[in-house]
Design a protein around this ligand. Structure first.
Ligand SMILES: *[C@@H]1O[C@H](CO)[C@@H](O)[C@H](O)[C@H]1NC(C)=O
Length: 186
């Protein structure tokens, strides 16, 4: 009796731990930069997934160039909601790119120019995604720096975004978006 209770308790614990892991699964890359503050995690409405994206880039290569500023995920809910977490302070949104019907965003790669390489640091320059069907969506960002390796895959698709953005400061070298991580759908 005691051992059966113990075994039931242990199974329950395993289930609770497994659910906890699934709930908090976050994908990231190793080549992001480190300046700024992490914004809020923003999730697609319950029951929907991120199926496309659009990035906002600073195309004006002036004296304080910032490259990638914002990433907008498009959700597949009835309202076609979008989520961004914190956005950078400048730039223009480029073309939207979407996964094929039935697929969702699954993994990503970040193109980064590490700080210190140039007198004008820009940190993250562009992003590209792979969909759950294996198809890669091209990036639409700036060309400086190199792409790092792909993040892990969200097998159930991406459902949320959190960005690391350096707020605008006229006295320092601005870099805007530095890093990003995504929440897998539960
Ligand atoms: C993104 O969502 C906001 C509301 O949160 C909306 O005003 C805006 O039009 C949306 N943008 C696009 C490109 O769908």
């Amino acid at each position: 009796m005691t051992s059966r209770l113990f075994s039931a308790g242990a199974s329950l614990l395993v289930v609770v731990l497994a659910l906890g892991l699934v709930d908090s699964l976050t994908i990231s890359v190793t080549n992001g930069e480190t300046e700024g503050e992490w914004g809020p995690v923003e999730l697609c409405p319950a029951g929907s997934r991120a199926v496309g994206y659009q990035s906002r880039n600073d195309l004006n290569q002036g004296t304080d160039f910032t490259s990638l500023n914002s990433i907008r995920l498009f959700c597949d809910d009835v309202d076609a909601s979008n989520v961004t977490s914190t956005e950078g302070f400048t730039g223009q949104y480029g073309p939207g790119r979407s996964c094929a019907a039935g697929a969702a965003l699954s993994a990503f790669q970040l193109r980064v120019q590490p700080n210190g390489v140039s007198a004008d640091n820009t940190a993250a320059n562009s992003i590209r995604f792979r969909c759950t069907d294996g198809v890669e969506l091209a990036s639409a960002g700036n060309q400086q720096g190199t792409f790092g390796t792909y993040s892990d895959d969200c097998l159930t698709g991406i459902c949320g975004i959190q960005t690391l953005v350096k707020p605008e400061d006229v006295t320092v070298d601005n870099t805007a978006l530095n890093d990003v991580r995504f929440e897998c759908c539960a």
